[in-house]
Ligand binder design. Structure first.
Ligand code: FNR
Length: 444
């Protein structure tokens, strides 16, 4: 269903669901956010579900991100003419049908591949499915550095639909430059630098399964398709073979069934025929190279100048939770802020992201776009974030659940449900355009 400028989408989606109900058909993708997560959980394998749904430590930030929305109740208003409502907005100079983007989610193949009952689709189907949904709706996609599809393929699937690129700042400068120039060539309209994941959080669900997608070459397609990265892999393979020649011995590891599965996964993900990859050291060397160069914990604000000098695209920083960090970002040439705590995946018992939003909005000039994510599950949540001053919202886990349940249709359904509820919430709060939403709509 095209968004049609986001005009009264709530009624359209709601009527379609109730009309189907007359014929006994219920939504394949639940509208209730907990039912959506539960349905996805039933569909996904334990490793896939744990990676997507899990958070840091005792999961307190994941819970806090949700609970904190309760502190910002929305106030209903009556007898305002809200007969024609629009969700349309402008972000970084681009008109959008709604202030909603598909946030960057890495290792997306888990949603389509780690499925129970042998329903697996090829890893490279994940981002193209997202792209189809985004294109139908006209909402931007933030392409992840940890995608399961090379960014060029995702860009092609997006056609002329808007896209941004999310950057994990590698320890290798040339690789960062290569990612940025590929993103520019692929039509990305902004670079989102994620600052909060220079080390992975203590993710207990994944740790207890001993499972990290990247260690099996899942979610490293941007790297495997990159000429600079492939040069690093070649150098590692050459260094290892001359070392082995000097010591006169080949490294020996006793193979276990799990190790064989991991090797097979690496060989399948590596460019070229799987059989050849199994007999050569490159697939494994690529994973080791990735683990070496993924990030750098020595970055400081001053390093942003290096990136600023290398792209004319707007730069946003993601992971901001403190107003001083927002001010520092602007002082160092950044164009926009993403208030996020990575969906509670990094620090346990961290401040709820929605609590961090207002102070950040107050710390930056109105002209600076402030985006929000972490804990958004419903249209009412989007309304609350906009009321606190966000210019737009990134959707995270919910659309991944939709992807797991019904591919591109599932992603589109989740986004439509969120937008429909946003529209109906606006109608019932006496608001007919997103620009009218403000703190006056909340009982603070
Ligand atoms: C993420 N997130 C993320 N962020 C990012 O900048 N780059 C990435 O590659 C990823 N990968 C990723 C994978 C998975 C499985 C999840 C759940 C999340 C974080 C994401 O962009 C966003 O900040 C959170 O998902 C927001 O929290 P909620 O709304 O999902 O709770």
């Amino acid at each position: 269903m095209p968004l049609d400028g986001g005009i009264n989408i709530g009624r359209t989606v709601q009527s379609a669901i109730y009309r189907d109900g007359v014929y006994g058909r219920r939504p394949t993708v639940p509208t209730d956010p907990d039912a959506l997560a539960a349905a996805a959980r039933r569909r996904m394998t334990r490793t896939g579900w744990s990676y997507v749904a899990g958070g840091a430590g005792a999961q307190r930030t994941v819970a806090a991100n949700r609970e904190a929305f309760g502190r910002y109740p929305i106030v209903p208003r009556q007898l305002v003419d809200v007969g024609e409502r629009s969700l349309a907005t402008t972000l970084l100079g681009r008109e959008l049908p709604a202030p909603v983007l598909f946030g960057p989610v890495g290792a997306l193949e888990l949603a389509v591949q780690h499925q129970r009952g042998g329903r697996a689709a090829a890893p490279r189907n994940a981002e193209p499915a997202l792209a189809r949904a985004a294109r139908d709706l006209g909402l931007p996609v933030v392409i992840s550095s940890q995608a399961s599809t090379p960014m060029e393929d995702t860009a092609a699937a997006l056609g002329d639909s808007p896209r941004w690129f999310q950057l994990y700042w590698s320890s290798d400068d040339a690789l960062v430059e290569s990612f940025v120039s590929r993103a520019e060539a692929g039509g990305c309209e902004a670079i989102v630098v994620t600052l909060d994941t220079h080390v992975l959080g203590w993710r207990t669900a994944d740790l207890d399964l001993g499972y990290l997608p990247f260690a099996r070459a899942e979610g490293i397609a941007q790297y495997l398709s990159d000429p600079v990265f492939r040069g690093l892999v070649e150098a590692r393979v050459a260094a290892a073979s001359s070392e082995a020649a000097a010591s006169g011995s080949a490294p020996s590891n006793r193979p276990t069934a799990a190790a064989v599965r991991s090797l097979l996964s690496m060989a399948r993900h590596h460019p070229g025929p799987t059989l050849r990859n199994l007999t050569q050291p490159h697939a494994r060397a690529a994973v080791e190279t990735f683990l070496d160069v993924f990030s750098r914990s020595t970055l400081t604000w001053a390093d942003l100048a290096w990136l600023r000098a290398r792209t004319t695209l707007p730069i946003l920083v993601k992971g901001i939770q403190h107003p001083d960090d927002a001010r520092a970002a602007l002082d160092h040439g950044v164009d926009g802020i993403v208030v996020s705590n990575h969906g509670g995946r990094q620090i346990d018992n961290a401040v709820a992201s929605i609590d961090a939003l207002g102070p950040v909005v107050d710390a930056v000039p109105d002209s600076v776009p402030v985006l929000f994510d972490s804990g958004v599950r419903t249209g009412a949540d989007v309304f609350t974030a906009l009321a606190l001053g966000a210019d737009a919202v990134l959707l995270g886990r919910p659309w991944v659940y939709g992807l797991a349940l019904a591919g591109a249709d599932g992603v589109r359904a989740v986004a439509e449900h969120v937008l429909a509820e946003l529209d109906l919430t606006m109608a019932l709060a006496g608001v007919s355009g997103t620009e009218q939403i403000g703190r006056h709509n909340l009982a603070l």
